[in-house]
Design a protein around this ligand. Structure first.
Ligand code: HEM
Length: 339
């Protein structure tokens, strides 16, 4: 039997987020954190932070204007002994500056202005009007693989679909999708705090190229974010705890989404769940702009796959599925299925 993922204790308060068992199934650890250390304080070198896991606490922070998304972007030491290669420093500073200008990292009033500019591209009516084109893309992606009798749901569907759709939305030639994918992977990895600093060079390179390509429109693809964070602009009393000015507050979305105070049988996969107040797309003023589009893509991709492959089954043993190294954006590296 595998050892279960470590849980926080008084002497070792921070769970080992890099543990393979945590990556495979973080939920027992999240449960222990919700129950025992709902406000967990930690330090990694000079970087000091708090981590919240309860749904009510995560929502309270996301709706509080004193909790800012605007922070000085510093590469975070994931462990001792990681050093930044000086050769990456200058472009790294440039990439981090560019990242800090996107609306996800701006507070009002800048955020209000930026969001106002792009909102109209994502109205429910606009998203709905994309349905036939998204369905056509899904059909094209599936046709070749279904004929072959097997596919990797990650490589053949989940990864290319959002890139094809965003390329179409931005009016970019579909032939550039390979470049967009090449750029978005290291950028998504950079958003994941667990990446080692010496691995930032590819993200820096990608940021430079994509900035040039999109002339200022930086787009990082997201997978399944399990966490986000805020920084208190002042000392804040909230959720029965005190949060010091500047000390980053990590919000574990994956833990909040399994909170039994809000969800009946939270660990049960229930497609028909009612009163589903999950925070997978965030909450408050930064609520995911692409939520409607992501839902449309998911509906068409999964719906079409299940309809066209009624004998769909895993092509590998459950235990052999591999997870991506980060945990902020948790996801499988591959999902091989037989049809
Ligand atoms: C399943 C797919 C997706 C998930 C789970 C997801 C999740 C999230 C979450 C949790 C946030 C809030 C982060 C925070 O408050 O700190 C967010 C914000 C955002 N998302 Fe998504 N997202 C997805 C797909 C997309 C897509 C397809 C797009 C664009 C086409 C998009 C664009 C954005 C933007 C622009 C923001 C920032 C909004 C703001 O700051 O006002 N997302 N997303």
């Amino acid at each position: 039997m595998r050892p279960s993922a470590p849980i926080p204790t008084a002497t070792d308060p921070l769970p080992d987020f890099a543990h393979p068992d945590f990556r495979r199934d973080p939920y027992p650890t999240y449960r222990a954190m919700r129950e025992r250390t709902p406000v967990l304080r930690g330090e990694r070198g000079a970087f000091r932070f708090s981590i919240l896991t309860r749904h009510a606490d995560v929502v309270a922070v996301l709706r509080d204007p004193r909790m800012s998304v605007d922070r000085p972007f510093q590469p975070r030491p994931p462990g001792d002994g990681d050093a930044v290669d000086p050769a990456t420093l200058h472009p790294l500073a440039r990439a981090l500056r560019a990242l800090s200008r996107i609306m996800l990292f701006r507070d009002p009033p800048d955020h209000t202005r930026l969001r106002g500019l792009v909102n109209k591209a994502f109205t429910p009516r606009m998203v709905e009007s994309l349905r036939p084109r998204v369905a056509a893309r899904v059909d094209e992606l599936l046709a070749a693989r279904l004929a072959a009798g097997e596919l990797d749901v990650v490589r053949d569907l989940a990864e290319p679909l959002p890139i094809l759709v965003i390329a179409e939305l931005l009016g970019l030639p579909l032939s550039d999708c390979a470049d967009l994918k090449r750029w978005s992977d290291p950028l998504a990895a950079m958003l994941d705090g667990s990446i080692a600093m010496q691995h930032l060079a590819p993200a820096v390179q990608a940021a430079g190229e994509v900035i040039e390509y999109l002339r200022g429109h930086l787009e990082a693809k997201r997978r399944d974010p399990q966490a986000t964070s805020r920084v208190p602009l002042e000392d804040v009393e909230l959720c029965g705890a005190r949060f010091e000015k500047g000390r980053e507050v990590g919000l574990l979305i994956g833990a909040a989404n399994r909170d039994p105070d809000v969800f009946a049988e939270p660990d049960r996969f229930d497609l028909g769940r009612r009163d589903n107040r999950h925070v997978s797309f965030g909450f408050g003023i930064h609520f995911c702009l692409g939520a409607g589009l992501a839902r449309l893509e998911g509906q068409l991709a999964i719906g079409s796959l299940v309809a066209r492959a009624p004998r769909l089954r895993l092509a590998v043993a459950d235990g052999d599925l591999a997870w991506r190294p980060g945990w902020l954006l948790r996801g499988l590296t591959a999902l091989p299925v037989a049809v």
